[in-house]
Design a protein around this ligand. Sequence first.
Ligand code: ZN
Length: 160
Amino acid sequence: MTVSAKKVVFIHYTLTNDDGDVIDSSLGHAPLAYIHGEGNIIPGLENALAGKSVGDKLKVSIPPEEGYGLRDDGLIQAVPKAAFHGVDEILPGMQFHTETAEGGQLVTVLDVQEDSVILDGNHPMSGLTLNFDVEVTEVRDATLEELAHGHVHGEGGHHH
Ligand code: ZN
């Protein structure tokens, strides 16, 4: 069975930046499971995996445009400190989930000023070339329920 639309694909991966630093890895954990063709993972990685089979290993370098996007300075904004009601201390580097009209968004605190907080709405991995070392460990058909939900159930996926 090869990786194609509507298959559940299990991969072990190690992600490094251009300096060779490991950013993320599934090694030592359960493999990552995703439904191919559903946009569960970044486009560059999904495209590289198409047509692969169990046991295939690949190294792929993904530019920001096919990863988490280019950085957009328009996503940096100042928010009044009062908006952080209930947060004891706000420090640079802290991350918050916010709800916007387009859905949930992760924002990172860049700077804290007297009355305002400078937030960066760019994905933490935006602007980066992502180097993946990947092994396909399992490929199976997605269930109808998984396709309806748009995500994998069971090991490596959602439990609900
Ligand atoms: Zn579900």
